[in-house]
Design a protein. Sequence first.
Length: 186
Amino acid sequence: MNLLCESGLELQNFMDEQRWKFCFIGGLAVIRWGEIRMTQNIYISLSVEFGDEEKYLKTLLKHFNSRIKDAFDFALTNRVLLLKASNNVPVDIAIAGFPYETEMIKRATFFLFQPECSLITCSAEDLIILKAFANRNKDWTDIESIIIKQNNKLDYNYITSRLFPLCELKEEPEIMDRLNNLIMMI
């Protein structure tokens, strides 16, 4: 079993034991929905109600090593906890609390990455939304690969209805234009 699957299963088993709601996002989800690419980190979105962050963070920091000094304070400020799995694979846990994030986690499904490694990942549509919102060049490359691989299976109405308000909130409406242009080109 490769290191990513090993660490993914470790985290998934831990969160299942806690009965937490979560899903894998980032590189593992791209491997499922788009082009296979190198990724060295695990990215997880963890559903946490506003006000409960400290309880979750303390539980995670008791079980996993942090990658930075003052990880607890950093996570409270930035809503991302930077950890290491027991095999030293870097893990970023996004503290999710907004309604869209909760919906994304509910829509997540399992995918068999290799024998004995089934991990729960966000949907292709939700991955496009996350990547477009992040709006980095590497994210647009991932989005293009997802659109090509998924062909006509994507629910563009879902993507647009969730991404548009996020772009307004971020005050970057050009993200919608870039996505629409990419869809039209493919």
